[in-house]
Design a protein around this ligand. Structure first.
Ligand code: CTP
Length: 401
């Protein structure tokens, strides 16, 4: 059966891009019913949206013919997903507060379907504590977000975070939410990239992790229908669509963000967490030649993998670590499972050009077995690992294809 999206178009300059979104969703066989706020109609016409959707557009909570015909409760329920694009600051505030004084907000309050929002606003409005509060509330209420992106604003000369995600990005996030993948309803955490530990305000300790393997795993899990949180250190990559990305720098921040993502069904710790950090980050830049060479005292960072693996009520059902080894790969990996308490280790042989490269060759090791996979692209490693995760989380016979 084809999937149905209710698209709520909010009043912002990005509304014109939502017309393209209608077309792109329909290309994927998704049927689209459109609701426009009063402000949205100042930026794009219901006629254009209706022509693209192939059916009338709904605009008014108090229009008798619209209310008798379908009604806001039916609009809110007769779909598989609600997409709000652009989600303006005003619409987000209304939804966060539970206001229901127009058709769009009444639908958002009345629905029992998943909601995906694509925020779009001026960067100052996005950064404002009120909007950030509303964002946190909406997330806690279960809304999913795509974007906003960084870039040029419609207002001349302004840049920053606030641009609506591109239609393709929103479509991909929507399709991922509509897909009945084998991990639908499962919550997943992926850590990725390096961490960065300050020596002083300008210097730091880090490593060569590119984040590619972790980002690919986050993307594959999302495609399989999981609700994915990606906690990432600084990388040059764009987080995959449909994934909730949390950007951190230090191991301590990565640990806090990972714990905040609980409860989880699966945690995949791909990050190359710096093993040590300077005992104290100097408040001022350390100057040369004062008293000879500086000594940097190091202390050990918390082990995020071990911390999430601790037995207890909040332990994810499946905890997977990565290991970078140059020799005796399986033996070291087994020792790591025992030491950290995780369920599986994906061991890669980093004696070649794996760090930063496009390919990976891994050994998947659990307490009771090992599989050696041929060298393949990191995306394929991600697909295959996702398939193994789906098998492990869906007990025999109940697993969906
Ligand atoms: N890890 C972590 N927190 C740390 C260190 C590591 O979560 N502070 C996780 C990594 O994300 C990875 C695994 O633990 O999943 C790697 O373990 P680690 O002990 O760092 O192994 P290696 O990097 O292989 O190094 P070594 O063999 O030196 O222990």
């Amino acid at each position: 059966m084809s999937k149905r999206v209710l698209l709520i178009i909010g009043g912002g300059i990005a509304a014109y891009k939502s017309l393209d979104l209608i077309r792109r969703l329909k290309e994927r066989g998704v049927s689209v019913r459109v609701v426009m706020t009063a402000a949205a109609q100042r930026f794009a016409t219901p006629l254009a949206a209706g022509a693209l959707a192939g059916e009338r557009v709904f605009t008014d909570l108090f229009d008798e013919s619209q209310e008798f015909d379908v009604g806001h409760i039916r609009l809110a329920r007769e779909c598989d997903l609600i997409v709000v694009a652009p989600a303006t600051a005003d619409l987000m505030a209304k939804a966060a507060q539970g206001l229901a004084n127009d058709l769009a907000s009444a639908i958002l309050l009345a629905t029992d379907k998943p909601v995906l929002m694509a925020p779009a606003m001026n960067p100052r409005m996005w950064d404002h504590p009120a909007t950030q509060r509303n964002l946190a509330t909406l997330r806690a209420d279960g809304a999913r977000m795509v974007g906003p992106n960084e870039g040029e604003m419609a207002e001349r000369g302004e840049r920053g975070v606030g641009r609506m995600a591109e239609p393709e990005q929103i479509r991909d996030a929507a399709v991922a939410l509509l897909t009945d993948g084998p991990l639908k309803g499962k919550r997943a955490l992926v850590t990725a990239g390096p961490t960065l530990e300050a020596i002083d305000p300008v210097r730091f300790i880090s490593n060569r992790s590119s984040g590619k393997q972790g980002y690919a795993i986050a993307a594959a899990l999302a495609q399989a229908g999981a609700e994915v949180t990606l906690v990432t250190g600084p990388t040059a990559l764009t987080p995959p669509a449909g994934v909730r990305a949390i950007h951190v720098e230090t191991a301590a921040e990565m640990l806090a963000a990972s714990q905040a993502a609980l409860p989880l069904d699966v945690a995949v710790m791909v990050a190359a967490v710096a093993d040590w950090r300077p005992a104290q980050a100097a408040r001022q830049k350390i100057k040369k030649n004062k008293t000879g060479l500086p000594t940097i005292e190091l202390v050990e960072n918390p082990d995020i993998l071990a911390s999430l693996s601790k037995p207890g009520k909040s332990r994810p059902r499946l905890v997977i670590g990565f290991a970078a080894e140059t020799d005796a790969v399986e033996e070291h990996a087994r020792a790591k499972i025992a030491k950290k308490g995780c369920d599986w280790i994906v061991a890669n042989d980093v004696s070649g050009d794996v760090m930063g490269g496009a390919d990976n060759q891994v050994l998947l090791i659990s307490k009771d077995g090992a599989q050696s996979w041929p060298r393949m692209a990191k995306e394929q490693v991600a697909q295959r690992l996702t398939a193994e995760i789906a098998k492990a989380l869906n007990p025999k016979g109940r697993g969906r294809k």
